[in-house]
Write a protein that binds this ligand. Structure first.
Ligand SMILES: Cc1cc2nc3c(=O)[nH]c(=O)nc-3n(C[C@H](O)[C@H](O)[C@H](O)COP(=O)(O)O)c2cc1C
Length: 244
């Protein structure tokens, strides 16, 4: 089982999202998966030009020359693709959006087919799509921040594929906190992520029990507000001092 993670955070390895991906992959590896982490921020990735060259000029192939062909090959070789993104304005990061725009169109044949009643779709070319894990971190505490992103991710999935797990984490800034007193909470959350990775590889899905534990706040809402504002105050005061 080959699992490839595509991380759309501009912060790459330094990001909160990577903390989640890393632990999930560790669990998946323990269960026997071969894993790879790809950081879109390290790749050359142009915007889709909207030219439809991949349909009409060089069918199945994008006309742009950058790292997208390499990324598309990685995606096609995967049994399981993990799409990870920080939440930006309730949505994918721009990097992830560019990747997704470029990823899918070449796989589709331009012809129109009838889909569910009253809707249409483009048929998939002769490619086998991987299954998916979707993952995201955001700054605010409440899990409802992800309501649009959940819909957007689900919209991507063709009937030929399926979602094995969705993992969303508010309070993303806490994932890299080094304070000693917070480590037990962090270790517990990381352990859950590893369990999730193991479950997905072993059972082909995330159990409801683990999914529900992963959705729980790391610390209470009021405490998060207090710590968050205190941290911003400290940083801003320090910066003001440095400026003189
Ligand atoms: C441009 C921008 C937009 C953001 N929009 C949201 C948002 O809508 N809701 C939220 O809770 N956090 C938002 N955040 C915070 C990030 O989602 C959060 O810090 C995340 O954990 C960053 O992950 P990373 O370190 O992997 O990049 C935003 C951050 C940036 C830079």
């Amino acid at each position: 089982m080959k699992l490839v993670a595509f991380n759309g955070s501009p912060r790459g390895k330094e990001g909160n999202t990577h903390v989640m991906v890393e632990e999930f992959l560790k669990g998946a590896e323990k269960a026997g998966a071969e894993t790879e982490s790809i950081f879109l921020a390290e790749k050359e990735l142009k915007h889709c030009q909207g030219c439809f060259g991949c349909w009409l000029k060089t069918p199945g192939k994008c006309v742009l020359k950058d790292d997208m062909e390499y990324l598309r090959a990685k995606y096609l070789k995967a049994d399981l693709a993990l799409f990870a993104t920080p939440l930006y304005l309730a949505n994918f990061s721009g990097l992830m959006k560019d990747f997704l725009d470029r990823l899918f169109l070449p796989f589709l044949d331009p012809h129109l087919k009838r889909d569910e009643p009253g809707t249409m779709a483009h048929p998939l070319r002769q490619v086998k799509l991987p299954k998916y894990v979707f993952l995201s971190s955001c700054g605010f505490a409440e899990q409802t921040q992800f309501k649009l992103l959940r819909l957007l991710f689900r919209e991507l999935v063709e009937s030929e594929s399926e979602i094995l797990a969705e993992i969303y984490r508010g309070e993303g800034g806490l994932l890299k906190v080094e304070a000693e007193g917070f480590q037990p909470i962090l270790l517990n959350y990381k352990k859950l992520l590893r369990k999730a990775g193991k479950e997905v590889i072993k059972n082909g899905k995330l159990s409801e029990k683990t999914a529900s534990k992963l959705e729980k706040p790391l610390i209470p809402y009021e405490l998060f507000l207090e710590i968050g504002n205190k941290t911003f105050d400290e940083i801003l005061t320090e910066r003001a001092k440095q400026k003189g």
